[in-house]
Design a protein around this ligand. Structure first.
Ligand SMILES: Cc1cc2nc3c(=O)[nH]c(=O)nc-3n(C[C@H](O)[C@H](O)[C@H](O)COP(=O)(O)O)c2cc1C
Ligand code: SF4
Length: 439
């Protein structure tokens, strides 16, 4: 199948300069938007059915309209370039190969929100993408795109990039705001939501890199045409980062109707070594796993939600039949235990507890009651299926509990077999999982 090229269309040039972006028609949509009323810009984004690409999939235009019109404080736009969900690596491509598409999106969003400052919060480990972004921001200032009068319109806007120190929790929007304020990245209790009280207590919108990079296309194509690329509730295309046991891992731009099968077998070239597909995680490591029999499903927010999982951050991880599901879940759980910020007792205590139970089962020391204990600990963090109804301050708790529920829902027999045999029935080609605090 042919991949659709909107967000990816400038990548092949491998030239992230302003000159290349402008030669391909860049910043023409910002010029168009600057002649519109800010409220009409938001209305157009609403009409496009663009949903946030950072994980929660919240409608972008609606999020913008939650910023109170009568609050006299300054407003801010924050770009979430933290990209730390295991399996997710799409935003870095935008930053490396087409940074101006995101910057054009930032300027469009700032104009619509009447925000005069934009903060790009970039993952600490993203040294190269951050360097490309810094260069692109400097080019935009030099060309009069940012500064006192954006493209001569009289609208003032500044743009700053801030590097994180490398913590997954700083991708959670309120953890990000705390970190931007120079504090420890502990998520805040909501409400108030950032749209009302965000950065420095001022109205703030936090948007993902891809969400913002999608904005120019809405104005280039028109909202209806953009929306028509998707489904009735979810417009446009989206980037999917495909990894795991596939022949051609990478980032693919897909229409919402693209199925997991088409992604894995057509775009991703099938399973390595001609093996059988066993399971797929469709939206980053926090998304509930699906067995291979479910892969004729479209990679779209509603369809995946109906299947009991989620589109999340657009990261598809394919696992072949050599994969030990106990070991895979142990690895995932260990990540969340390491990254828990420790504010909520169920998450702080539960994530290492689940990790220890999984290690015990994988190493052949498991007892039959460990499986129910695992489910009980996961339920105390977030009952299944929680979908945002967890017992914790932020959704990292849900992210840690959902995989446990879903792995046991579909692969319980494998966990029982480990316990019955007193060993892992699979080969371990990669050796030990390494030493860690929560093993
Ligand atoms: C633990 C955790 C980590 C997150 N990490 C990211 C991230 O790296 N990038 C991102 O865009 N959103 C991340 N999110 C989602 C953000 O909180 C937020 O929903 C998103 O940035 C909003 O942008 P969007 O509406 O454009 O999707 C994370 C959420 C949680 C709970
Ligand atoms: S759920 Fe976990 S990561 Fe989120 S605030 Fe609570 S302890 Fe911190």
């Amino acid at each position: 199948m042919a991949a659709t090229e909107l967000i990816t269309r400038n990548w092949k040039k491998k030239d992230p300069s302003l000159k290349a972006y402008e030669a391909a028609g860049g910043y023409q949509q910002l010029r168009k938007v600057l002649k519109m009323q800010p409220a009409d810009v938001t209305a157009e984004v609403k009409k496009s059915n663009l949903r946030g690409r950072g994980g929660a999939g919240f409608p972008t235009g609606m999020k913008w309209s939650f910023v109170p019109a009568n609050n006299p404080k300054p407003r801010y736009l924050c770009v979430n370039a933290d990209e730390s969900e295991p399996g997710t690596f799409k935003d870095r491509y935008i930053m490396e190969w087409d940074p101006h598409s995101m910057l054009e999106g930032c300027a469009i969003a700032c104009y619509a929100l009447n925000a005069h400052a934009c903060y790009i919060y970039t993952r600490g480990e993203y040294k190269f993408p951050a360097e490309v972004m810094d260069k692109a921001i400097a080019e935009a200032y030099a060309a009069g795109i940012f500064g006192k009068s954006v493209l001569g319109s009289g609208f003032q806007m500044d743009c700053y990039q801030v590097r994180g120190a490398g913590a997954y929790i700083c991708g959670e929007e309120t953890g990000l705001l705390e970190s931007l304020e120079g504090k420890k990245g502990w998520p805040r209790l909501k409400p108030p939501f950032p749209a009302v009280s965000g950065l420095f207590g001022c109205p703030t919108v936090v948007n993902n890199v891809e969400t913002l990079a999608s904005l120019p296309f809405i104005f280039e194509m028109g909202a209806e045409k953009y929306a028509a690329l998707g489904t009735p509730k979810s417009g446009g295309t989206r980037l999917i980062a495909l990894s795991g046991h596939v022949n051609k891992p990478g980032v693919f731009e897909c229409e919402m109707k693209t199925t997991l099968r088409e992604l894995i077998y057509d775009l991703g070239g099938g399973i390595t070594g001609g093996r059988k597909l066993k399971a797929v995680i469709p939206g980053g490591s926090s998304a509930p796993v699906l067995p291979a029999s479910n892969i004729d499903i479209a990679m779209e927010f509603e369809a995946l939600k109906d299947a009991g999982t989620m589109a999340g951050s657009g990261a598809v991880i394919a696992m072949d039949d050599s994969t030990c599901m106990v070991r895979a879940l142990w690895r995932i759980t260990r990540f969340y235990a390491e990254e828990s910020c420790g504010q909520c007792t169920p998450c702080r205590e539960g994530t290492p507890w689940m990790t220890r139970l999984l290690r015990k089962i994988e190493e052949g020391r498991g007892q039959p009651e460990d499986i129910n204990m695992l489910l009980s600990v996961a339920s105390s963090i977030a009952p299944f299926p929680p979908m945002g109804l967890g017992q914790t301050i932020c959704a990292l708790g849900d992210a840690a509990a959902l995989p446990v529920h879903s792995f046991l829902q579909f692969f319980r027999a494998e966990f029982e077999e480990h316990i019955r045999l007193g060993r892992c029935p699979f080969e371990k080609p990669w050796g030990s999982l390494g030493e860690g605090r929560f093993q």
